[in-house]
Design a protein around this ligand. Structure first.
Ligand code: MG
Ligand code: ZN
Length: 218
């Protein structure tokens, strides 16, 4: 009988992630791992950010989905270079998938590469993709208790973007509560509140990203 330890697979992932990171650095590409539940508004946030960053940073996207290419088509519509990964049932992206997808992009034409992970707050936290920053996207309709229930994903992220704040009048969502919970798990994490439909907060996230992107050592 052959037994493969999960620990060993994760170690392999870490090694590949380090290779991805080195390749991104060599190409001058700043990469984001965008995680969050299905329907949190990850793709909509990216669309709004790219519009905001027009002329400042050249975007590219890797879309991770179990099936289909709906989000990748949205990126094509706004003229952003994109590669779709279909995970065929797998509930998260891993460094190997990202390495393969990255080869399909012309990294010389990209400053900011957003890797939109499969919608999932659980195991996406366990796989480093080689990114520079991980951003959790959480919509107000998901509830303000998610940092307590899914700590790992918040713990390892550099920012929380709370989306759909235009819905706040209709929900019992306490932004202060989740902000405090996230600050406990990740004291350095930035917390943003946005509404992509109204445009609230998008400029703040875009400026933060542009600063992070510009500040790193080349
Ligand atoms: Mg999406
Ligand atoms: Zn998974």
């Amino acid at each position: 009988m052959k037994i493969v330890a999960a620990k060993k697979i994760l170690k392999m992932n870490d090694q590949l992630a380090a290779e991805n990171h080195a390749a991104l650095e060599a190409a001058g590409v700043f990469a984001l791992n965008v995680v969050g539940s299905p329907g949190a508004g990850k793709t909509t946030l990216l669309e709004a950010l790219f519009a905001q960053l027009k002329g400042r940073l050249r975007p590219g996207v890797i879309e991770g989905d179990i099936a289909g290419s709906i989000d990748a088509e949205r990126m094509e519509t706004i003229g952003v270079p994109v590669v779709q990964i279909n995970t065929d049932g797998a509930c998260h992206l891993d460094a190997h998938m990202v390495a393969a997808a990255g080869k399909e992009l012309d990294l010389r034409e990209i400053d900011l590469l957003a890797i939109e992970n499969v919608g999932n707050l659980v195991c996406t936290s366990g796989f480093d993709l080689g990114e520079h920053l991980r951003i959790v996207v959480l919509s107000t309709s998901e509830g303000d208790d998610k940092a307590v229930k899914y700590p790992a994903i918040f713990q390892g992220s550099q920012a929380l973007v709370i989306t759909k704040i235009d819905l706040l009048p209709y929900l019992n969502f306490d932004a202060q509560r989740i902000t405090a919970d996230v600050k406990r798990l990740a004291p350095e994490a930035a917390v943003f509140q946005v509404s992509a439909v109204r445009g609230d907060g998008i400029a703040e996230v875009a400026d933060w990203l542009a600063e992070k992107c510009g500040r790193r050592a080349r």
